[in-house]
Design a protein around this ligand. Structure first.
Ligand code: SF4
Length: 315
């Protein structure tokens, strides 16, 4: 759970209690080695905050983030350094995360040199290997980020992450800024790297269609809470939560679902004043009295499939 009350209040000019807003509240997420977990929800649902906590960039105000069974906050020295290197983030805007004054060879080679993963004599060929692995021509390594397209810049970001030999990638809207054809290329690259390097992924996206072919398991978030969690196939074949079904209706190629359920209506409410009970009730076509008063618990609706909706208790 991460308190962001002060920051949000400042931005929105609102007055709130320090403990009033939680970007992520009561989410219990475990990711097994080698697994790809898709984390999906609209902008503002807390998924990026959760991703940063998982990556160790933001500490939770309550609760723990365990890495190989150890609390990240309890790690120090070599163990802390290893945890940070082993988990890398890939961001939506690769240009913003690449230093425009550095050449690609410096961007990719700097961290492995600093951390002693490669010698100065070997760094050139090491950088070439990372660029090749990310699908970039190593002869371009003396160029600056602005000389590349958006897709190529994302590949540079991926090469930089791979250069410190991670085993876990947290990809935060990593293809959202790219054209659809380039999106497919980058998603294929992530899958190829998964096979080659035995990588684990947390793949964060606002678009269920993006995580469809990538994820083993999908977690749907709404206003800081996990509302549905299941193996990916189960989410797409048998979605349970009304919010998931509305998100699925917005995936163009899932025509049957589109006809069966409307897309998500209206705007996501402000986390400064989340709706009572089930946070989704003002937008839910199936809401009834209890939804406004009582928070639904995340309950198992099928093996490995959990959903937080009062309708599951009524049936
Ligand atoms: Fe809709 Fe009620 Fe279920 Fe929430 S608990 S998703 S409002 S039916």
């Amino acid at each position: 759970r991460l308190d962001i009350a002060a920051r949000l209040a400042k931005r929105l000019g609102a007055r709130v209690r320090e403990d009033a807003v939680h970007a992520v509240d009561g989410v219990d997420l475990s990711i097994r080695k080698g697994e790809v977990v898709g984390l999906v929800g609209e902008s503002g649902c807390g998924k990026s905050t959760l991703g940063r906590m998982v990556a160790g960039i933001l500490p939770p105000s309550e609760g723990t983030v365990l890495w190989r069974g150890q609390d990240l906050r309890g790690l120090s020295g070599a163990a802390s350094r290893e945890a940070k290197l082993r988990t890398q983030m890939i961001f939506q805007d690769p240009y913003a995360s690449l230093n425009p004054r550095l050449k690609v060879q410096e961007i990719v080679g700097e961290a492995p040199l600093v951390h002693g993963l490669v010698t100065r004599a070997g760094v050139d060929s090491y950088v070439d290997d990372q660029l090749r692995r990310a699908g970039l021509d190593p002869t371009l390594k003396k160029r600056y980020p602005h000389q590349f397209s958006g897709g190529q810049r994302q590949r540079i970001g991926i090469a930089r992450a791979l250069a410190v030999q991670p085993d876990f990638l947290v990809c935060d809207e990593a293809v959202a800024a790219l054209d659809v054809s380039i999106q497919a290329q980058i998603l294929n690259l992530f899958m190829k790297l998964r096979m080659e390097l035995d990588l684990t992924y947390l793949f964060i996206s606002h678009d269920l269609g993006v995580v469809e072919h990538l994820s083993d398991r999908v977690v749907i978030m709404y206003l800081g809470r996990a509302v549905e969690e299941a193996p990916a196939e189960e989410v797409f074949r048998h979605p349970n939560h009304p919010y998931t079904r509305a998100l699925l209706a917005e995936v163009p190629r899932i025509e049957a679902r589109k006809r069966a359920f409307a897309g998500v209506k209206g705007e996501i409410p402000s986390p400064l004043a989340p709706p009572s009970g089930c946070h989704f009730h003002p937008r839910c076509p199936l809401a009834f009295d209890r939804c406004r008063a009582e928070r639904p618990a995340l309950r198992e609706v099928a093996p490995g499939h959990r959903s937080a909706c009062h309708l599951n208790e009524a049936t």
